[in-house]
Design a protein around this ligand. Sequence first.
Ligand code: DSN
Length: 424
Amino acid sequence: MAELKKQDPDIYNLIQQETNRQNDGLEMIPSENHTSSAVLAALGSRATDKYSEGYPGIRYYGGCEVVDKIENLARERACKLFGCDHANVQPYSGSPANMAVYFALCDPGDTIMGLKLFHGGHMTHGLKVNFSAKYYNSVQYSARPDGYLDLDSMRELAREHKPKVIIVGGTAYPRIYEWDKYKTIADEVGAYLLADISHVAALVIGGVHPNPIGVADVVTSTTHKTLRGPRGAMILCNGKPSKPLRPAERTRENLPTLIDRAIIPGLQGGPHNHQTAAIAVALQEAMQPEFKKYAEQVVKNAAVLAEGLLSKDFNLITGGTDNHLILIDMSGKKISGQQAEKALGEAGITVNKNTIPFDKRKPFDPSGIRMGTPALTTRGMKEGEMKTIASWIDKAIKNVGDEKKIAAIRQEVLELTKQFPIFR
Ligand code: DSN
């Protein structure tokens, strides 16, 4: 950091400010986390300087003998952790990973089917304005009014539209994904099942969420959410890619080949080798016994936070949580999600406004807020802190607009954060 400070004090100062913001507040956006110093070191390394289009052993550039080893380690660790045969660790992030799966399995205009974004899905699962609905025929299933995934709607739509791919996974679903049930529906209509486990990847590794490997045909995951690595993504499946990596027919046996070819030459150029190195480090960390404890604690913390909020009459979508996140309908508290996000932000508690299923408000000012426990758990916080935080959330929401009371909560938050520094 000394060189950066000297060369570009503006950026240095802004990075310091961002670090302090994270350290002095409670990061409760469920897709965020705090990476280790080891991950950061790999991310800020010379590996970023190297071009290496292709895959280990089959590159279009010279000088790839070292980055080959880095990528192989990342792939092997991913396969070992998730129990699959093949991992592609090159997607730049989650959206390109999903794009690559559609590219591998569909032609433009083919039908894909995912959960509506406003019911807890993701943009790349077929949102109207996203590439996934512009280039493919997107059919969208819903959540039920109680917030659980609506399997009846999924089955009915699947029978009617015969999608090539059914996508399950999301950004605001607080319950367990029941992979077998979705696979039954996919099989009924001859669709591939894509499990997007970006949010719950660490819970899968830790054994506190079912693993879709062996059930879903393809699994995508970002590497920076519960998994606590750098920004990036992986595509996992069973089988081995062909050698050489030639164009292949669209069959289940050919999935690894289809996926690898969809990433390059289909969609991306050179892999980000610094990112791959940092993913490898994060996966190595995820192999340690402490990681299982972390995953278990994420879930325990979310359950205690949910209980605390329920005891203060917050309306939790689905009535609670099984995983790392909580979705709250704020309309019962007579404020919008945006107002709640702002008030909590002023108190040093970062959450995000979020739509709830069947929201009557607009996405930019929805009824809900979404929060989670991964980053707090990484800092070492446990059940006791969750109870305290639930009471601060309640207090802040009750005192929206009361600067003095919000400032007092901010001070208490700051005192707590001093006991749990983000540096590790
Ligand atoms: N932006 C991510 C999230 O917050 O869940 C999804 O890509």
